[in-house]
Design a protein around this ligand. Structure first.
Ligand code: FE2
Ligand code: FE2
Length: 497
């Protein structure tokens, strides 16, 4: 017997199946914790979560053929058409099937005099999903039809097979993970859709937005990769390079003749493209002493660390947060299912390989800067950065880097110049907002965090006779002008070609 709740996707073939599944669960002393079923989304699958799970219970469910274990079944669809007693009905249907290019692999028709209409059963080979869709659309407008058996891999066929088709569409974003993962992922997404439905959102819209998120990440790789690039020459041999990737957080590289410091890695899925881009700019090459700094545990900032293969300078709590699998770790929203599911989803979609250990910072002679405690110091490229510990508004354990001499302040995700974020990136970021209401794990703290960061930045800007750069986690490097963040200098678009 396991103490952990057990989740599974159940096949619903006829009304009454949910009741029967619950009876099987009761018979083996399982406790139903959650049932997600909405026939308007998909009438053929329900998601169950049960406590007090046992192998006998599993055997019982398998024996009754209720467990859906695969999303890859043969490509056939069986339909029952209720035919009016009309002479040419069958030949009309078969002509439409021919015209649509649908392959019929089984046909059953037998006139039943006692009934007022006949039934025609067809098995369709659904390799060409578009043809099948066209054919079903025609049938639906003309006759009453039932889909009696389905198999996956056909997109947009019917609501009765929504989950299976959706699972197959998002499978490619799950990067080589098996059916078991895809099904539990599907259960998670469904749980989100049901939660958000309570807040008035349309579940179909949620499923669509999640799909778009995976698609956008996958469509901005390789030859489709781009980055918006800024460079700031700090000294004759020292420069700061900022790369805004197509989705997610910025990657910064501070470099002089001997050293290279990378600040955040972007999503893991972009690793190869980032390395190719660095090669183009002659950055982050092996002749330099390299250091890696990770500001916080979101996938778009730390997800590439494992590919880089260096132990980063980071907050120990960031490593614990990553291990917890919940970006809301140690925050007021820690218990939110949405935060947890979002963490898994975005980690999976973005191929995250986060760090599993950290390097300690050097001590600092300061205790506090503004409202922030000093966490240590980090030496790189001739500068000593003061490492500030955030309030935990955006995320617990987030760190900022500050160096007055260089005029650099890495405020990461706690102080963004939203106006400098391009429309396509803003669109991409909306999913996180939709999922979690806010990307900040504690909105009140986040507001204070931003205000406190801007206060330091404004003071240092006023004190300095050269530009003071705010290096945000997303969007352009900015300076403070008339009390507001304004993108600094030129931004150019990099592509591989
Ligand atoms: Fe971010
Ligand atoms: Fe973040």
């Amino acid at each position: 017997m396991s103490s952990k709740n057990f989740s599974f996707a159940a096949k619903i073939k006829e009304s009454g199946d949910i009741r029967k599944i619950i009876s099987v669960i009761n018979e083996y002393n399982g406790i139903v914790k959650k049932v997600l079923y909405n026939s308007r989304i998909d009438s053929s699958i329900a998601f169950f979560e049960i406590a007090n799970f046992s192998s006998d219970l599993m055997t019982g469910l398998i024996k009754a053929d209720y467990i859906l274990s695969s999303v890859q079944e043969p490509l056939f669809i069986k339909i029952k058409i209720h035919l009016p007693r009309r002479a040419r009905a069958i030949s009309e249907i078969l002509t439409h099937a021919d015209d649509a290019g649908v392959i019929i692999t089984l046909m059953e028709f037998d006139t039943q005099e006692a009934k007022k209409d006949d039934t025609l059963v067809l098995m369709l080979n659904a390799v060409e999903s578009q043809s099948v869709k066209a054919f079903l659309d025609y049938l639906k407008t003309t006759y009453a039809i039932d889909i009696v058996e389905y198999t996956p891999n056909n997109e947009d066929l019917d609501n009765t097979i929504f989950y299976i088709t959706y699972a197959n569409r998002i499978r490619r974003f799950a990067h080589d993970q098996g059916d078991h993962f895809v099904l539990s992922f599907l259960a998670d997404i469904t749980s989100i859709a049901f939660e958000l439905k309570k807040l008035g959102y349309d579940p179909e819209d949620i499923f669509m937005k999640i799909y778009e998120n995976g698609e956008t990440l996958n469509n901005t790789l390789g030859e489709n990769f781009y980055a918006d690039y800024q460079v700031i020459q700090l000294k004759p041999d020292t420069s700061l390079h900022c790369f805004q990737l197509p989705c997610g957080g910025n990657v910064y590289i501070l470099e002089n003749a001997t050293e290279s410091l990378m600040i955040d890695t972007g999503y893991g899925i972009y690793h190869d493209d980032i390395m190719r881009m660095c090669q183009h700019f002659g950055l982050w090459q092996n002749d330099k002493k390299k250091k890696l700094f990770i500001s916080h545990g979101d996938a778009d900032h730390c997800g590439g660390a494992g590919y880089i293969g260096m132990v980063p300078y980071s907050h120990p709590e960031t490593i614990d947060l990553i291990r917890s699998g919940n970006r809301a770790y140690k925050s007021v929203t820690e218990g939110s299912k949405l935060e947890q599911i979002y963490t898994t989803m975005i980690g999976t979609f973005s191929k995250w390989l986060p760090p599993d250990s950290y390097q300690k910072f050097q001590p600092s002679d300061k205790d506090k800067v503004g409202a922030f405690p000093v966490f240590g110091s980090l030496k790189a490229c001739g500068y000593t950065f003061t490492v500030l510990e955030s309030h935990g508004g955006h995320q617990y354990g987030q760190l900022f880097l500050l160096n007055e001499e260089a005029g650099l302040f890495f405020t990461v995700d706690s102080c963004l110049n939203l106006k400098s974020i391009s429309p396509e990136r803003t669109k991409y970021n909306q999913l996180a907002d939709l999922f979690m209401t806010s990307v900040n794990v504690d909105s009140d703290l986040a507001r204070k965090e931003r205000k406190d960061l801007l206060e330091i930045a404004s003071d240092l800007t006023a004190k300095s006779d050269k530009p003071f750069y705010i290096c945000c986690g997303h969007g352009a490097i900015s300076t403070i002008k008339d009390g507001k963040l304004a993108a600094f200098g030129e931004t150019t678009r990099y592509t591989h070609s």
